[in-house]
Design a protein around this ligand. Structure first.
Ligand code: SAH
Length: 507
């Protein structure tokens, strides 16, 4: 049967695509239907036809899936942020579990039996709302020329004027509205991407969930803002503490118990401690500029993370500057890092390398239980933060290198003859560089712990590591990004000399 563009069809959704879209078949012809949930029967309009498959837009739900829930956010379909908000949270977790499993089998070449034996269920959140500690809001104009801020609509750069995203903190709204009112009153323009004119591009807000400290950074297409003191005056006059009680209504930020405690501790301490501008005059999609200038307060916020089950004294404090990477979901991060530490299996005697270490978050936990930790990270400011973080926590057995993991590690190994008992890696989505993997294999650490935010590149890298003598011992997802299709994975591998070369033949 031939299908045409704009044709209406009825389709049962029986699978989920990588981007969270529903997948269904009509007479063997595969259709990808955005916003449809697995188990739905929907009426959809075909928007694009390819040879063996097509795309369609959901027009009407004929029979809702048992996994379908009423989306909490009115902008859910327009916004690119939460692709699977209409799916029950438990089903979201199962989807993430299957995504990791499939990638390990299809891309990694692992045996399904092995994966099923060692893979643990994805660790979910108790309340998958208000969990993000950071957001970057684009600033622009609506059709009528009114100043707005919010989020980009899916796959576009049109701004949806939503200052009250349910994934972010409840204080964001007040802060954003204050910045907009400063802009209106002082005739400060927003940046226009099409022409490269105008001043304010983005507003970055970052909150320390344990400390209550908030950072506001305006990314501008220039070096100064008109009447900077006015902005500072307005923001510092804001009373944010009263907002905290509003958190109850939609569920607490992040996961219940830990953050509830944090919240109670910080309820009267939620306050802006840092206001800065970042200059970005490039015509690029990169949000932050390279330089930060502090307008008021400090150039950073502090926050702390605790290893679950460990004594309160082992809590690590972090100093976070606008340009440094810091996990966006602090509640789940504690679970992730606790798992990473358990996987590292430290006794106090080990030399550990923590590659892609950011501001030293994982490194400093490892340092509490290892003989020596070396961290490697490419962003110089993050390493400055890492060194400062080691100092403020009284940790003197962690050393940090600025540079690419694939350059620093081989250099140290080949020239200095360094060794490792355990290597921890936490690379960005593109995964590890070949040279980095090769050096890890040559260093032969007893264990490798791989923390990944992309199970496809993870699977690709594991194929190399397991081909070089490592045995996959543990696989577990941790949900840091409820409502979205993203999932973090933690892997533990153990060196097994008898296995060298086996993986390669098998794969
Ligand atoms: N482990 C840290 C950071 C993980 S995010 C944490 O949990 O907080 C990945 C980090 O890798 C980022 O800080 C990024 O700047 C850094 N990075 C990206 N490419 C890199 C490379 N080639 N070598 C070293 N670090 C890199």
């Amino acid at each position: 049967m031939e299908y045409r563009k704009n044709e209406m069809v009825t389709v049962r959704i029986d699978d989920i695509g990588n981007d969270g879209e529903g997948i269904g078949k009509i007479d063997g012809f595969t259709l990808f239907v955005k916003d449809a949930v697995i188990g739905d029967v929907v009426e959809a309009k075909i928007t694009k036809i390819k040879k063996n498959y097509g795309y369609a837009r959901m027009e009407k739900i004929i029979a809702p899936s048992p996994f379908r829930v009423e989306p909490e956010c009115v902008f859910h379909r327009q916004c690119g942020g939460c692709q699977i908000q209409a799916m029950a949270y438990e089903r979201q977790l199962l989807f993430k579990q299957e995504k990791i499993r499939n990638n390990l089998i299809r891309i990694g070449g692992f045996d399904a039996g092995l994966i099923d034996k060692i893979m643990e269920p994805v660790v979910g959140m108790e309340h998958p709302w208000h969990y993000r500690n950071k957001a970057q809001f684009p600033v622009g104009y609506d059709k009528n020329g009114n100043l707005i801020t919010g989020f980009y609509a899916g796959r576009t750069h049109d701004i949806i004027p939503n200052t009250d995203c349910l994934l972010g903190t409840v204080e964001n709204k007040k802060i954003l509205e204050t910045v907009l009112s400063y802009m209106r009153e002082n005739k400060v323009s927003a940046y226009r991407e099409q022409t490269g004119e105008g001043l304010v591009r983005h507003i970055l807000i970052r909150t320390g969930f344990a400390s209550g400290e908030i950072m506001v950074c305006l990314v501008i297409n220039g070096t100064t803002l008109p009447k900077e003191k006015e902005l500072v005056k307005k923001l510092t006059a804001l009373s944010l503490a009263e907002n905290v009680s509003a958190v109850d209504k939609d569920g607490r930020p992040g996961n219940a118990e830990e953050n509830r405690k944090c919240d109670e501790k910080t309820a009267d301490r939620k306050k802006i401690v840092s206001i800065s501008v970042s200059t970005n005059t490039e015509r690029t999609n990169v949000i932050m500029g390279k330089e930060i200038r502090v307008l008021w307060g400090r150039g950073y916020i502090e926050d702390s993370i605790r290893i679950l089950g460990a004594p309160e004294e082992t809590r690590v404090n972090f100093r976070i500057s606008p340009l440094s990477f810091y996990q966006v979901n602090p509640g789940q991060t504690e679970k992730l890092y606790s798992l990473a530490l358990a996987c590292a299996g430290l006794t106090g005697k080990e030399t550990v390398w923590d590659l892609y270490c950011g501001i030293g978050t994982i490194s400093l936990f490892l340092a509490r239980y290892a003989r020596k930790v070396y961290g490697v990270e490419v962003v110089p400011q993050a390493i400055e933060d890492a060194r400062e973080n080691a100092r403020i926590n009284g940790i003197d057995n962690a050393e940090f290198y600025v540079g690419k993991a694939e350059e620093v590690l081989p250099e140290q190994f080949e020239k200095e003859g360094i060794r490792a008992d355990v290597i921890v890696v936490d690379p960005p989505r593109k995964g590890c560089d070949d040279k980095c993997l090769e050096t890890m294999l040559a260093m032969k650490p007893e264990r490798i712990v791989y923390v990944s935010c992309d199970s496809a590149t993870l699977a690709r890298d594991l194929k190399v590591l397991c081909g070089g003598g490592y045995e996959l011992r543990k696989v577990q997802g941790v949900d840091l990004f409820g409502g979205t299709v993203h999932v973090e994975v933690i892997i533990m591998m153990q060196y097994n000399s008898q296995q060298v070369g086996m993986g390669k033949e098998k794969n």
